[in-house]
Each structure stands twice: as structure tokens, then as C-alpha cells.
Design a protein around this ligand. Structure first.
Ligand SMILES: CC[C@H](O)CC(=O)C(=O)O
Ligand SMILES: [Mn+2]
Length: 342
């Protein structure tokens, strides 16, 4: 049984981190990481394609390993931690959610764009029917007003979600914006509130602490920052900081440090850091999962990836519109060529 804690951490490296490694997780890597997370008493471990169940596709990136094998592997080494899955309605379907539950996933996180909570009703209801703990995950939360966010969170609550998350997908939110969002949710919904940050502006930790101060009790982190863009709030650092603040997460700090250094660091081809591209994600308010797609397109068209990201931000392109990345790159390359010919 999971012990009572003040803050419940969901470790997302095995899902959000999938973006950073182009969805190349192996069963062996997942077994090793999940086993250590379980031994460190992390309450929830999310495992899926980066774009959620059934994300493996040309549009989002083909997984090296079938995600159900990865989920099964994680479940097989967890006698304490619960395995969570992410599902974006329209990418994942009822069928995949049932299969994940059948394999032992105990939490379903149903993710929608921040203004589209209404598409989550059926999936939240199914997850509840399957006996799963259910989270409504409002992505790109910086793109909606506080009032809109509250309205959408209330919808998820009405569908039966146990928790609703403010998701800073672009790592674009500033601390005062996190504060007003979490505060408003606390005033208007009666379910748990969570926060999922990205570190593109180096604010993931500050934003997470503000969220906790305002009453969020469900927090996401990625060990060694293994998440999309510059990664998420770094789990092992968060555990240490919360411990210093006297806030109980129930997670073993030394085990998390060892996992980060001995097992997760070698998975990374390059260390996770804030570089010019991830910085632009936060600056321009672009989906962190667009990073590798934009870098590939920049290479293909021989242009600056920052120009692509800035343009995507201006156009307010959101998840599911990954094909726009190549369109935008082609347009920029065409303009560049025209300028040379003129
Ligand atoms: C594409 C799904 C996305 O990676 C979910 C998430 O973690 C986020 O929006 O930050
Ligand atoms: Mn994320």
C-alpha cells in the first residue's frame, strides 16, 4: 500500500523522456529504471510513447519497442509504485486504455489541449470503470486565461477525474502565472491539483515550488531531467529541495541520485541542458515535444531551428499539428532562397 505523503510524485522519464530519445526505449532500460524507482518508493511511474498510448507513428515518431511490452516490463518490477499511462484522445483509443489496464497500469492520465477538455469525457469515464486512478491533464496551460483553465478543469472534474493538472508543456509559464492558475483551481475545484513543468526557461523548480505553495499535491518530475525540451522538474533535485523544506514525498533521495547518475545518464546521448533551441521553446511558447522534429526539419532545409520554433509559436501550433513543422520549415527555406535570388 502506498503510504500517506504530502506530495505525490509521478516520475515521467519513461514517457516524457521518450521524446528526448526519439522513442528508443528498450525493455532492458525500462526494467532497470522502473525497478530503481520502485525501490526508491516513487508512487507513480508513467510509461508510454512520448505522445501517449498509440503515439508510435510517422507523425509523432516510431517507437523502437512496442509500448505494451514496456508497460508490462515496468509492472513486472513494481510491487509498490503504480504504473501510469498517458492517453491523448484521438491518438490513443479506448482499446489501448483497456489493454494498458489489463497489463496492470493503475493510473490513466487523459491529456487534452487546455481548451479541449470536452474530448476527455469518455476516456475519463472508461478509466474510472476500469478501476484506474484518473487524471485530467490540461496541456499548453499557458495558452488559456485563468478563467478558461478553471472552466476546463471543472469539466474534467465533472467527468470523474480524481486530479487535474496544470501542464506547462512549453515551459513558458512564469512563476506568477503558475501561482494564479493553481490558486484559481484550488478555489474552484474539489479534486487534487497537479503541476507538470518543463525547464526551458530554467523555471521548472521555481514553478513547482509555487504550485506546491498554492496547494498542488501531485507533482511531475523527470530524473536527470529526462523529458522533452530541456526536461521537466528534475526529480532527484526536487526530492532534495522538498526534504530541505520539510515536505514529505516518501521518496529515497540517495536511491534517486544513484538512479540518475548510474542508469539514466548513460541512456542520454547528450546531457539534458538548456540550449538555444530548448530556450526558444519556452521563450516562444512552443510544445517541448516539437524540439527534435524542428531540429530535423532545420537540418533538412538548412535553416536555423530557432526560426522554425519562433514561427510555430507565432502561429500557436499545438500538439497534433506536427506536420506544420515541416510546412513552416519549407516556407522559411523558400523565403531564404528567394532573398538570395533577388
Ligand atoms: C505530446 C504529449 C505531451 O508530451 C504531454 C506532456 O508531457 C506535456 O504536454 O508536457
Ligand atoms: Mn511534458
Amino acid at each position: 500500500m502506498t503510504q500517506q505523503r504530502q506530495i505525490y510524485i509521478t516520475e515521467v522519464a519513461l514517457r516524457d523522456g521518450s521524446h528526448a530519445i526519439a522513442h528508443q526505449y528498450t525493455v532492458d532500460q525500462v526494467l532497470k529504471v522502473a525497478k530503481e524507482l520502485n525501490e526508491a518508493h516513487v508512487p507513480y511511474i508513467e510509461v508510454s510513447h512520448g505522445d501517449g498510448l498509440a503515439g508510435s507513428s510517422l507523425q509523432y515518431g516510431i517507437s523502437r519497442t512496442n509500448e505494451f511490452e514496456l508497460i508490462e516490463a515496468a509492472v513486472s518490477v513494481c510491487d509498490e509504485s503504480k504504473v501510469a499511462v498517458l492517453l491523448l484522445p484521438g491518438i490513443g483509443t479506448m482499446k489501448e486504455l483497456k489493454q494498458a489496464a489489463h497489463l496492470g497500469a493503475k493510473m490513466a492520465r487523459i491529456a487534452t489541449h487546455v481548451t479541449e477538455a470536452d474530448v476527455s469525457a469518455q476516456h475519463i469515464a472508461l478509466a474510472k470503470d476500469l478501476g484506474m486512478e484518473t487524471v485530467g491533464f490540461l496541456m499548453m496551460s499557458h495558452m488559456a486565461s485563468v478563467e478558461k483553465l478553471v472552466e476546463q478543469a471543472k469539466l474534467m472534474e465533472s467527468y470523474g477525474a480524481d486530479t487535474v493538472y496544470v501542464v506547462d508543456s512549453a515551459g513558458a509559464l512564469l512563476p506568477h502565472e503558475v501561482k494564479e492558475r493553481i490558486r484559481a483551481l484550488r478555489q474552484h475545484v474539489d479534486i487534487n491539483i497537479g503541476f507538470h513543468g518543463h525547464n526551458n526557461l530554467s523555471l521548472a523548480m521555481a514553478n513547482t515550488l509555487v504550485a506546491i505553495e498554492e496547494g498542488a499535491t501531485r507533482i511531475d518530475g523527470s530524473v536527470r531531467c529526462l523529458g522533452a525540451g530541456a526536461g521537466n522538474t528534475q526529480t532527484e533535485v526536487l526530492i532534495a529541495v522538498l526534504d530541505r523544506l520539510g515536505i514529505d514525498t516518501g521518496v529515497d533521495l540517495y536511491k534517486m541520485m544513484d538512479l540518475a547518475e548510474d542508469i539514466v545518464a548513460p541512456i542520454l546521448q547528450v546531457p539534458q541542458e538548456i540550449n538555444r533551441d530548448s530556450l526558444v521553446l519556452g521563450y516562444a511558447g512552443v510544445y517541448s515535444s516539437f524540439l527534435l522534429h524542428a531540429q530535423r526539419a532545420a537540418k533538412k532545409f538548412d535553416i536555423d531551428s530557432r526560426d522554425i520554433l519562433i514561427e510555430l509559436g507565432k502561429r500557436k501550433v499545438v500538439g497534433g499539428q506536427e506536420d506544420m513543422i515541416v510546412d513552416v520549415a519549407a516556407e522559411i527555406a523558400k523565403k531564404k532562397l528567394e532573398a538570395v535570388v533577388r
